[in-house]
Design a protein around this ligand. Structure first.
Ligand code: ATP
Ligand code: MG
Length: 508
């Protein structure tokens, strides 16, 4: 590196603006990144983080502003331009192509490697890269559509490791991951920084920021605040800078006795399935929130799907208010009043090409009157009410959900089910990608729904949310329920021990 290069930051962004129609998403963003640093990019849902990332990725053309890499102005009018400037990006929404193999996806965007024919030595290098993100067990010829959400996210990260970039940008890479996968990703990122690469790391998970970040830039309403050293920041200060206010209590108070007094609302009786190692029975009372913790492959997600009717049970029963619901039929679940908000927002949580209004009303579309004008009116009213509760700007109800920021899409995915006062709500990862302020709103909303008598089952990889929100907590490990106790009989370390269960027994 020459002396003149050393005097320049690795990346400099000046006066960046971008409007989508009348909406100004970026309002003069300023940023400087130095070699070998990990910079956290933080801000509320819709603050403009992904918009900035997309400009740097060459996906979005800014209205104004200058981007320099190593002191030279670069034009980023395509992904190829961005890659030529030494920038690689892991986007918030997956960009792997589901119908191609893992190996083929690893070489996408690298024009020099043929990916139609796949020679053995490339197979080997693919395997090495996969192993770095904990996907060593996946064969490079597996189709991406056969991978779980977490595995797809890890593959996205493997893709940028395969590119030799000076600037690597991660847009919420860990939002869909459980603890041990997160660890792997953070280690891989620290490794990239040690090699002298500069990292921009977008996340809503503050503990990660304080662990790996050197500096932080906070965005608010499309503007960037001056970059700060992590050493000068505390979590409370970061939150206050993001929200422009102090955050109150994160978790709403529990109604004393809710989990013991209520009638049984939802029951699973001796449910069996190839994915469960023993028959499962559980009971959730009116007004009770049952939190289920378990790693990928623990069976936690399968249990939710058995209850929802998206997975068939080999035998056993699901009862709502004592009445049997046909298993393996989602439509039967809906009729019985079971709402289900899955972890896979993109494939079945939302309709990206439909408006916020249509999304917020979709679960009961068929239930509402067939006269289309009546339907329109009642839809709009319901949607406006839900939007208001979730701090979704009601003037944006006609906006396509695909155009919303990631966290706001999550609010819509959950909001559409909360609007109908279901008897049962089954929800996976309710706050994935949601900022701290909206997170508190969602917890409040889930608790309020429970207080109307809804039985709630929540699967989450976030131990703080399992502990803070649940009345009763169950853990799963390798297809079995390993513990079920009231919330006040759990500590964070108990929960982590149970979730990793016999892995510890074996090593002990
Ligand atoms: N193609 C588009 N058309 C219209 N509005 C858009 C478009 N893309 C982004 N926006 C708007 O720009 C704003 C900033 O969105 P962006 O995705 O950058 O937010 P973010 O900070 O990444 O939020 P999150 O934490 O939820 O991911 C949002 O209000 C979003 O709705
Ligand atoms: Mg985003």
């Amino acid at each position: 590196m020459t002396d003149t290069q050393q005097n320049h930051p690795r990346l400099r962004v000046q006066g960046l603006t971008k409007s989508y129609g009348a909406f100004q998403a970026l309002k003069g963003v300023e940023l400087e990144l130095i070699p070998g640093e990990i910079m956290a990019l933080l801000g509320e849902n819709g603050a403009g983080k992904s918009s900035l990332v997309k400009v740097l990725a060459g996906l979005v053309t800014p209205d104004e502003g200058v981007v320099e890499v190593d002191g030279k102005q670069v034009s980023l009018s395509s992904v190829a331009d961005s890659q030529a400037a030494g920038i690689a990006v892991v986007h918030q929404e997956f960009s792997s192509i589901p119908t191609l193999t893992v190996a083929e996806n690893l070489t996408l965007g690298q024009p020099r490697t043929p990916f139609v024919w796949w020679p053995p030595h490339l197979n080997r290098s693919a395997k090495e890269i996969l192993a770095r993100v904990g996907l060593g067990h996946i064969h490079p010829r597996t189709l991406v559509q056969q991978l779980s959400v977490a595995e797809q996210q890890l593959l996205e990260i493997a893709r940028v490791l395969a590119i030799d970039a000076r600037i690597v940008i991660f847009d919420e890479p860990t939002a869909a991951l459980a603890d041990d996968d997160i660890e792997r990703v953070l280690t891989a990122i620290l490794g990239l920084a040690e090699e002298g690469r500069s990292i921009i790391y977008v996340t809503h998970r503050l503990p990660e920021v304080f662990r790996i970040g050197n500096r932080a830039t906070i965005m608010r309403n499309g503007k960037s605040l001056p970059t700060e050293d992590m050493d000068d920041l505390t979590p409370d200060r970061v939150i206050a800078m993001m929200l422009g206010r102090e955050l109150g209590e994160m978790f709403p108070p529990r109604r004393p006795g809710a989990s013991i007094d209520g009638e049984s609302r939802l029951e699973g009786v001796e449910l069996t399935s190839p994915l469960l190692r023993e028959p499962l029975s559980l009971r959730v009372r009116e007004g009770e929130i049952l939190g289920i913790a378990g790693q990928l492959g623990s069976g936690a997600s399968e249990v939710i799907q058995l209850l929802a009717g998206t997975l068939p049970a080999t035998s056993g029963q699901v009862l709502v208010d004592g009445v049997a619901v046909a298993t393996g039929k989602r439509s039967a679940g809906i009729t019985a009043g079971i709402a289900y908000c899955s972890a896979d927002r993109k494939s079945d949580g939302i309709f990206a090409d439909k408006s916020i209004c249509e999304n917020l009303t979709s679960p009961w579309l068929s239930e509402v009157s067939t006269a289309s004008w009546i339907k329109r009116r009642s839809e709009w009213k319901e949607a406006a009410a839900t939007a208001e509760e979730f701090a979704i700007d009601s003037t944006r109800l006609p906006t396509l959900v695909g155009r919303l920021s990631g966290g706001n899409q999550q609010k819509v995915a959950l909001g559409k089910w909360l609007g109908i006062n279901p008897k049962v709500l089954l929800v996976e990862e309710p706050t994935r990608g949601v900022d701290v302020g909206a997170r508190a709103e969602i917890y409040g909303r889930i608790r309020a729904l429970a207080d109307t008598g809804t039985a709630i089952v929540m699967v989450s990889s976030d131990t703080s949310e399992i502990l803070g929100l649940s009345d009763t907590i169950a853990t799963f490990y390798r297809g079995r329920m390993t513990a079920l106790r009231p919330h006040d009989q759990w500590t964070e370390s108990d929960l982590m021990l149970e979730v990793m269960h016999s892995e510890l027994e074996v090593s002990a």
